[in-house]
Ligand binder design. Structure first.
Ligand code: SF4
Ligand code: SF4
Ligand code: SF4
Length: 210
């Protein structure tokens, strides 16, 4: 088995919507899943020949538009850019309202972001002519357990926001869970859903799913 059994979907490299460059983290994830010992271990969990539906699917999207469909992959990552209005700089011009696909911004004297509607795409940050919308934080939402096939299941949110530097160790941890707790022939998504996302979370505080 080569890395062809681990599929990484990524189509954001040149997209103007992406929250930030994901090139380096994709490179690191590719290195992780191409590691021969890991491939050997994953292969040992699966029947031979390994069929298409057995393949481990990992997907990274550069923004919440989720073109690479992280919601239906074993492990999904969705870039996030948290925006915040600096009211001292905001002149109330309304440009940011037009930029928001989710109608999450309203302006009275200054702009306000409705956190219940906002999906953290960061587009409004780019739209403000006076740089009054700032990046509060950025990183990735991590999803796990998605699959199609005979019993489709949407991935759940494992962590709502992890920093870029935390991401690869988290992917490594999830793969380790699969290798240790997966039964022979069990697909990754099935293992994750059997264990439950609550039991998989190891990180504390705001990084937990909301
Ligand atoms: S997920 Fe976002 S960044 Fe990636 S291709 Fe789609 S719109 Fe562009
Ligand atoms: S675009 Fe900038 S200045 Fe205009 S309302 Fe939005 S935050 Fe304020
Ligand atoms: S980050 Fe995106 S969804 Fe949130 S307010 Fe800005 S444009 Fe709208």
């Amino acid at each position: 088995m080569g890395s062809e059994k681990v599929l990484i979907f990524e189509n954001c490299r040149t997209c103007s919507n992406r929250c930030f460059s994901t090139n380096q983290v994709i490179k690191e994830i590719n290195q992780l899943v191409s590691e021969q010992n890991l491939i050997k271990k994953i292969k040992s969990k699966l029947p031979s020949p390994i069929l298409y539906h057995h393949m481990l699917r990992i997907s990274l999207s550069g923004c919440p538009n989720s073109c690479s469909q992280p919601q239906i992959k074993d492990i999904g990552m969705q870039a996030q850019r948290i925006a915040a209005v600096n009211e001292e700089l905001c002149g109330g011009c309304g440009e940011c309202v037009k930029s928001c696909p989710d109608k999450a911004i309203a302006v009275d004297k200054t702009a306000h972001i409705d956190r219940n509607k906002c999906l953290n795409c960061g587009l409004c940050i780019k739209s403000c002519p006076v740089n009054a919308i700032e990046e509060l934080n950025s990183g990735f939402r991590v999803l796990a357990g998605g699959k199609l096939g005979r019993r489709p299941h949407l991935a759940g949110t494992l962590y709502s926001l992890v920093g870029v530097n935390e991401l690869v160790p988290i992917i490594a941890e999830l793969l380790e869970v699969y290798l240790v707790q997966g039964e022979f022939g069990e697909k990754f998504g099935t293992v994750i859903n059997r264990i439950g996302l609550d039991n998989l979370r190891k990180r504390e505080g705001e990084k937990h799913a909301g």
